[in-house]
Design a protein around this ligand. Sequence first.
Ligand code: PRX
Length: 666
Amino acid sequence: MSSNTNIQSVLTENRAFAPSAEFVGQAQLNADKLAALHAAAQADHLGFWADLARKEVAWQTPFTTVLDDAEAPNFKWFVDGRTNASVNCLDRHLGARGDQVAIRYEGEQGDTRTYTYKQLHAEVCKTANALKSLGVAKGDRVAIYMPMTADAAIAMLACARIGAIHTVIFGGFSASSIKDRVEDTQAKLLITSDGGRRGGHIVELKRTADDALAQGCATIEKVLMFRRTGHDVPFNPARDVWANALIEQQSTECEPEWVESEHPLFLLYTSGSTGKPKGIQHSTGGYMVGATATSKWVFDLRQGDVFWCTADVGWVTGHSYVVYGPLSAGSTVMMYEGTPMVPDAGRFWKICQDHGVTIFYTAPTAIRALMKAGDQWPGQYDLSKLRLLGSVGEPINPEAWMWYHRVVGKEKLPIVDTWWQTETGTIMISPIPGAIATKPGSCTKPLPGIAVDIVDEGGNRIEGNDQGGYLVVTKPWPSMLRGIWGNPERFVSTYWGQFKDAPAGYATPTGKWTYLAGDGAHRDTDGYYWIMGRTDDVLNVSGHRLGTMEIESALVSHPRVAEAAVVGRPHEVKGESVFAFVICNGERPTGADAEAFTKELREHVAREIGALAKPDDIRFADNLPKTRSGKIMRRLLRSIAKGEVITQDTSTLENPGIVDQLAGKA
Ligand code: PRX
């Protein structure tokens, strides 16, 4: 098994930090309550989730079956129940907290806005009516390509209100990535904005969307465009509609569409080791149960909290912990449009101060960047309202964890390091902050009702083995993915094929099923989990998932490139960076030509996928290291990218002489 993280660095980590008595005293879950939840889930997995589903989600029609496993691994949860995600996030709060702020918003330029639950409800209803006026109905797919504004959250909730299935496309993705997603989902409407602001620049969302539409996207009938930057953008009157004007004309009442529990709430594309990104499908009922329960358990949300998850709504973290989870839990959500470094490295801390943020949830890459900027930045702001910190998206190195703990948390705030994935929908392994001592770099233990384990190649459970193994989930859970859009075979083979009928699997009429997460993990003698990184060809660059094959395809789509191999290289801030080995048609570029072509290729990848996939390093060679059967030796390339001394046996290579050139020595 290959793994990207250095196992030794975490195995020697033995510091533990118990939550303060003050935190425990106020926490909704202390150790005893957590133990009771675990015991209940262990005694009766389905009964546990059924009780929680009744408690945490408002159903229009109650469900009759908790779990239908007749067609496993196509599990169905809360069958016959009907609900609506927007009702859970909005309507049910109107009585008790209609005037409480639901969203506090700050743009990169400092503009702010707030929406109470009543106001947000009205905006969502108006937007839902606008969607209907454009012919969008239940089951239709709507692509959302928006900046990080409250309008993005409103657009998502408006889709949910009428049973349309949204697919949010991160604003950093290119025209051709938009086209792939729109064509795969056959979306009929594209919601976008004239632009957004990030890093002090305007992000040209509408222009990029127009490029995508020029390349294809035949199913798109209308483009609904929000005004954000106000700068000039092309407008095609036959197809484009100004959102603000259309929404203003609508009624603030919109009857929700009560959808079946299994009705898809959204599709979200994510990278795997093969092929194009896959459309991960999430349900309405089960997903809302997971999002609501985990928001309350992990973040201890209560009245008065201002919860800030810094993720963009283009990623699953933004779906579950900016929009659906915290709003369903009735909290106040903070949203910020831009980057942490504009105008300076104090921006995040200033937002925490100005908006009274109580819970702050971000990615290790941001923590490392802010750590690098220096202790003086958090030191300048009043962070006294903060009571809980969180981390997500990639392994957090103990050094970054300790900085977060010491400088931001003033050595007294708990840190929840939450492990989960686009596919799991919601948090799976995480500390419950008032109930468990944390260790820097460990996501601690699975949540109640979540059965995770570590197995070897043969699917056998590994007990207390320092070398770790494959992280798996051995029982279905409500917020689990429901499939890969349009590709049922790939769903089964990617996630369920490897350990089919392994001893630890969940028994169903179709056999035993074990979910393969794609991560390596190790469990220590206290039962704490340590995530070691991906075991497949997926990179995690600044917390963003990228398939090496996607980047390779982007590189070889350049006419001058014959072959490419991409690996990850450890990076101080990004966690991993993209390192590409490139073989050109004709002569190997050298000198000024190599320099110019490197630049060109980086731009080419940005155009094909998005700037986030640009290789940091490109090395040109005459050939790739291949075995005699033609297989590229990726392990060797990873060592070369890291600058390691090559100890691998290269004598089995067809072309051993190439190693020096790949290492940049020849
Ligand atoms: O490798 C794991 C890593 O991110 C992957 C999931 O990426 P994505 O679907 O984009 O979702 C990210 C946000 C949930 C996982 O397979 N990962 C996520 N959280 C952690 C993590 N690795 C270590 N520790 C974490 N807390």
